[in-house]
Ligand binder design. Sequence first.
Ligand code: COA
Length: 152
Amino acid sequence: MVAIRLIQHKKGAPGLRWLGLGPDLIPCRGLLKLKSLLEKHAFWAKGRTKKQLRRLLAGSSVVVSLWHGKRMVGFGRATSDGIYRAVLWDIVVADDLQGQGLGSKVVEALLKAREVSGVERVYLMTSNSASFYNQLGFRNVGHQQLLLFDRI
Ligand SMILES: CC(C)(COP(=O)(O)OP(=O)(O)OC[C@H]1O[C@@H](n2cnc3c(N)ncnc32)[C@H](O)[C@@H]1OP(=O)(O)O)[C@@H](O)C(=O)NCCC(=O)NCCS
């Protein structure tokens, strides 16, 4: 049985972004695999092109991916100013491996990463997984509103 490996990429994930590197820095079309993972499991991230995903990775302070052999089975990222505010984005686990603690591992790795661990507040937005984040220490916020300036 192949173990699931968690990779914490360098800031901006240059190896994944430009060379599609997976575990042990082996090229394995990682960007295409990220595209497929998001396409299948992240309703908010469908239709993103490889070029757009490169930009997204370049603009991320922390990037984490999960691998089962050469298959990408999980992903998550964070943006951060390194001191006051960070936001988690695009947290996803392949549906056949959900419910085994992998999503929690992705979130914990993002929270522990240097760029995020020192910030005052970590935010995230979710439509249907609030209780998943609640058991990881996130609380629902009643006194603030989520505002949106929409370009799509
Ligand atoms: C949300 C997601 C990342 C969770 O990953 P996972 O690997 O299944 O999570 P875990 O196994 O670590 O779950 C830990 C706990 O959260 C619960 N949980 C998992 N997903 C949940 C969800 N969507 N809503 C409520 N609770 C959830 C699990 O039942 C588990 O509880 P338990 O420890 O009492 O059994 C995964 O379900 C997913 O990729 N969903 C589709 C994409 C998505 O909606 N992502 C969230 C975007 S904000």
